[in-house]
Unconditional design. Structure first.
Length: 54
């Protein structure tokens, strides 16, 4: 999943380099933001059981 997010960020950067429309750049940025939040939510709520006791 991390690789997909980095690939999406790279694609957004490529679209910026190719001077695509603002809608394409904003759309790509928002999609990547949502996917990153979902990934972060998954990692925070997963039960890794690392033996940490807070």
């Amino acid at each position: 999943m991390d690789t997909l997010i980095f690939g999406g960020l790279l694609a957004t950067l490529y679209a910026l380099h190719r001077q695509r429309s603002r809608a394409v750049l904003l759309g790509g940025w928002w999609i990547m933001l949502v996917l990153t939040i979902i990934l972060l939510s998954h990692h925070i709520t997963s039960g890794l059981k690392l033996g940490l006791s807070y």
